[in-house]
Design a protein around this ligand. Sequence first.
Ligand code: 5GP
Length: 178
Amino acid sequence: MPYKLGEVLIPREKIAERVKALAGEISRNAERDKPLVIVGILTGAAFFLTDLVRELPEDLDVRVDFMSVASYGDGTKTSGVVRIFHDLKTNIEGKNVIVVEDIVDSGLTLSHLLGLLKGRNPSSLKVCVLLDKKERRKTEVKVDYCGFSIEDKFVVGYGLDCAGMWRHLKDIKYVIED
Ligand code: 5GP
């Protein structure tokens, strides 16, 4: 295998602490009399999303749904044009929606996806990401809730993979070339 696991970037305790704080922010901003649809982007964000929603209070009408998308590209670069593999079951028209992503890098995938969801006329559309590589941005994406801003180094764990591996790690770790 050409890669091996490196040092821990964000330990599990820090992730848990930040996830709790993000849920607190989301809860404080949420309209109490309207459903809040949390849209997870498979597969990476599933891990973050399930921890996040369980920190939301019982009096919030929280709905959870998932989408699976892939961006077209030439193998090394994302074009940002997304193809939907699995669409939402929920009709988001007139609802408050928060899209949950594991990491935003160039922003192209998220930006295209947001355009697509906006076309379905939600009442509001916000973005919550666990990790943000701000310096890599190629298109502007408004991130409403951000777990951690990180430098441009490849990381895995807590849902993030490297060729399908290491999603199950509890900590977020660097990957190094062997
Ligand atoms: P972009 O914002 O460039 O359109 O795409 C973001 C996607 O790039 C993420 O969903 C993720 O699949 C991938 N990505 C970017 N940086 C990393 C990283 O450090 N680790 C992993 N595992 N995936 C990354």
